[in-house]
Design a binder for this molecule. Structure first.
Ligand SMILES: NC(=O)c1ccc[n+]([C@@H]2O[C@H](COP(=O)([O-])OP(=O)(O)OC[C@H]3O[C@@H](n4cnc5c(N)ncnc54)[C@H](OP(=O)(O)O)[C@@H]3O)[C@@H](O)[C@H]2O)c1
Length: 294
């Protein structure tokens, strides 16, 4: 296709991360869109002048912000950096998108909740982050919607992929290195295969291209509920591992950042909004592991 035919351009920030890599992996399925992937080196999102200049030099129809400070434990001692990237930069990006009539699509987290509610968490449920990362992401949501009410914010949880670093890859490494490991069993949640999330984001864009509008906060994670111990057991099952996994309580596994005990996201809103068929978490996990093993 010649460049004159390309009408729709999509900026994907944080290009080397899990989610952006999964978007890149499906980009060829969308030949009518021109994707611009920018890494931290290409476009540090906290550099307001660089971001402004980028938007002045490139017409952008959609900005998918996959860039984030995601080191949950480290954030406890790097509060300024976490807020700069996850909050201030997000507010600026949302503003710049508004100025350029660009649809802003931002990703947030289950860690905006405190996890005390015992059933799945709805978008409108009370938010009360337990850690600096969650606080910085919540501030990012607030700034985005304040500066640019058309922003679409997708809250997701327990993200993994064949790209980047994540729980699945850590488990696969530990299964090789150790005979026995301990994994917490009292934090409930739903894993999210970043490839599924990438597809859902593109479904939103396809629908927006057909004239639908979406804004505000919407939850997305894979179907089904598990805990980290069961998640580890499922990974072990798919690789026929023989490492012994011991379930332990959060109280026995000290980390700098506190985690919510219940992170299960209610996805009924997204199912209704875009008739999203959400894969069951074990089915997606199997796909990811097959990809990693191939
Ligand atoms: N991972 C999870 O379990 C999880 C759970 C819930 C929500 N989320 C949210 O989902 C989104 C995508 O997460 P992910 O798992 O794909 O994260 P990821 O793999 O950690 O990727 C984030 C990317 O952002 C880049 N980045 C960091 N600071 C930047 C900056 N100042 N400017 C530009 N890029 C920058 C990183 O660059 P480097 O590669 O150079 O570090 C990295 O490539 C994030 O908003 C995250 O908060 C993630």
């Amino acid at each position: 296709m010649s460049s004159e035919n390309i009408a729709i351009s999509i900026l994907v920030t944080g290009a080397n991360g899990q989610l952006a890599s999964e978007i890149r992996a499906i980009a060829d399925n969308f030949p009518l869109y021109q994707f611009l992937f920018t890494s931290r080196e290409d476009l540090p999102i906290e550099n307001k002048e660089a971001v402004k200049l980028f938007f002045e030099n490139h017409p952008i129809n959609y900005c998918i912000n996959c860039a984030a400070y995601t080191a949950v434990d480290k954030a406890e001692s790097e509060k300024g950096k976490a807020f700069l990237i996850n909050a201030d930069a997000v507010g600026e990006l949302a503003t710049i998108c508004k100025d350029h009539q660009t649809q802003f699509i931002h990703i947030s987290t289950d860690y905006v909740y405190d996890g005390t509610k015992e059933i799945a968490l709805k978008e409108e449920d009370t938010v009360a982050p337990l850690n600096v990362y969650g606080l910085s992401k919540l501030k990012g949501e607030e700034l985005a919607l304040d500066k640019n009410p058309s922003s679409l914010i997708i809250r997701t949880s327990w993200v993994y992929s064949s790209f980047g670093n994540n729980f699945v890859k850590t488990m696969l490494r530990l299964f090789k290195e150790r005979d026995e490991i301990n994994v917490v069993s009292d934090q409930m949640g739903s894993p999210t295969y970043a490839a599924d999330l990438a597809n859902v984001i593109m479904q939103f864009i396809e629908r927006m291209e057909k004239g639908e509008t979406f804004s505000g906060i919407v939850n997305y994670c894979n179907d089904g509920i598990t805990n980290w111990y069961e998640f580890a057991e499922a990974i072990k099952h798919f690789v026929n591992g023989n490492c012994k996994i011991n379930p332990i309580l959060t109280s026995a596994y000290k980390t700098p950042a506190k985690r919510p005990l219940n992170s299960v996201l209610d996805t009924s809103k997204i199912k209704k909004l875009i008739q999203a068929e959400i894969p069951y978490w074990k089915d997606s996990l199997k796909k990811c592991i097959e990809k990693l093993m191939s």
